[in-house]
Ligand binder design. Sequence first.
Ligand SMILES: *Cc1c(COP(=O)(O)O)cnc(C)c1O
Length: 325
Amino acid sequence: MSALVDLRSDTVTRPSAGMRKAMAAAEVGDDVFGDDPTVNRLQECAAQLFGFEASLFFPTGTQSNLAALMSHCQRGDEVLVGMEAHTYRYEAGGGAVLGSIQPQAIVNRPDGTLDLGEVEAAIKPDDPHFARTRLLALENTITGRVIPRAYFDQALALAQRRGLSTHLDGARIFNAAVKLGLPVKDLCRGFDSVSSCLSKGLGAPAGTMLLGSKDFIARAKRARKMLGGVMRQAGVLAAAGLYALEHNVERLAEDHANAERLAKGIGAPTPQSNMVFFDAAPGLVEHLAQQGVIVLPGARLRLVTHLDVDAAGIERAIAAFNSFK
Ligand SMILES: *Cc1c(COP(=O)(O)O)cnc(C)c1O
């Protein structure tokens, strides 16, 4: 029996032999005391790569986004955010529950962007009736869609004009950067903060970087402590992150090519990055599982390519889809 083809998410990757070697060899220390040289190196490297003054290592993207929201907003402040955004929809309402931050959700357009007229109309006047609109939170890629830089230029100009801070959930920003052929720095320019996962397409077992100014990262450090996210000898994980940034960025193009091949093979719309969407007939998911192809069940399947699915695996997946009667 050959290996399973797991298309549930790009988070299912396991650390490669090279990554494990780097993890095993990592110099470590107590990161609560700032003593872990590998964590420090990762934070310096990420700050440079993303073009920010400082960065902070988090166990997860959910916590990094939440710490960012809490560092931008006080109790009773408001964040403008897309209805489909991870920070709004898939993080258990953490900003509201733990940060006392009111989300003002705005419907995402089919391309994943927010209508900037609607964003501006949602900004509340300075009046005791209203929450204080403080932050605009955007996402790239969003559900596999790549948002072009020109859109962010407009969104950031609006935020600046209206005195809003800006956060980018760039969990998969490297997919966007590789797809657009731009350095990640260029896609992040102008945002006050960016969160970017090492644990998705980059293939690390855990870890997310939060980027921002020195002041912002100092606030986020306090939030991270409060949220229980400071780890001790985290250099073992940071080493995986450094390895991922060094070895697994350019190869995201293979995931995009595999996603395109998969979409073509099964008659799904052409993907923009590493996610293919396919309307499933009843019984399809079970049939795929019998063929060794695992997908998350749902009426609309999200099929995600990643570094643990190679071209042969994609052909097996296509055959499994096409043998469904
Ligand atoms: C995965 C993801 C997160 C959260 O990351 P976790 O490490 O799973 O908590 C945040 N935003 C987006 C867009 C994501 O895809």
